[in-house]
Design a protein around this ligand. Structure first.
Ligand code: IMP
Ligand code: MG
Length: 177
């Protein structure tokens, strides 16, 4: 039989849902009367993004970009690869980039730089989680869900070697021994 390791819950589904409501309300207020272009960073943001956009009451378009600075395992290589880009013209648009977690910040620094060069009216960053103790570059998070300690977290879209993305909460894997 296939089993999964025990996961200690750090942030429950209820807490996530409450925070998503708060973030969406701020976005709805900040961009009232305007359209937003929401860009999810694959794959980690998929669950956070889908919950968030359901609470955005503004006219919105949704796109995805795929960027990674990680290979297998948990250490950044520092090299950011864009394997799927957004094809839409971003000139004069309000762009909200949605990411799962800002760790060293290296991935998002590159993605934000790339998108900012495309003539948008605003490019804002919305991240579900942040690990400030691990930051290597200065990055401003406009809409942040939660700060987490320096532990490798999984669930709600976040993985370790592609596992645990489907958990409806954020947790830490507790190895069997
Ligand atoms: P950064 O470039 O170091 O900020 O790395 C960001 C990316 O690394 C995130 O988008 C995640 O995909 C991944 N990552 C960083 N920390 C964690 C973690 O604790 N759990 C799962 N993925 C993580
Ligand atoms: Mg990611």
């Amino acid at each position: 039989m296939v089993t999964i390791d025990k996961v200690k819950v750090l942030i429950s589904g209820e807490e996530l849902s409450q925070k998503v409501n708060e973030l969406a309300e701020r976005i709805n207020n900040d961009f009232a009367g305007e359209k937003v272009i929401v860009i999810g960073v694959l794959k980690g943001s998929f669950m956070f993004l889908s919950d968030l956009v359901k609470k955005i009451t503004l006219p919105a378009e949704v796109y995805f970009i795929e960027a990674s600075s990680y290979g297998a395992g948990t250490q950044t290589t520092g090299v950011v690869k864009i394997s799927k880009d957004v094809e839409r013209d971003l000139t004069d648009q309000n762009v909200i980039v949605v990411e799962d977690i800002i760790d060293t910040g290296i991935t998002m620094e590159k993605v934000m730089e790339l998108l900012r060069a495309r003539g948008a009216k605003a490019v804002k960053l919305c991240a579900c989680l942040s690990k400030p103790s691990r930051r290597k570059v200065d990055i401003n998070i406009d809409y942040l869900g939660f700060e987490v300690p320096d532990e490798f977290v999984v669930g709600y879209g976040l993985d370790v070697d592609e596992m645990y993305r489907n958990l409806p909460y954020i947790g830490v894997v507790e190895n069997a021994d």
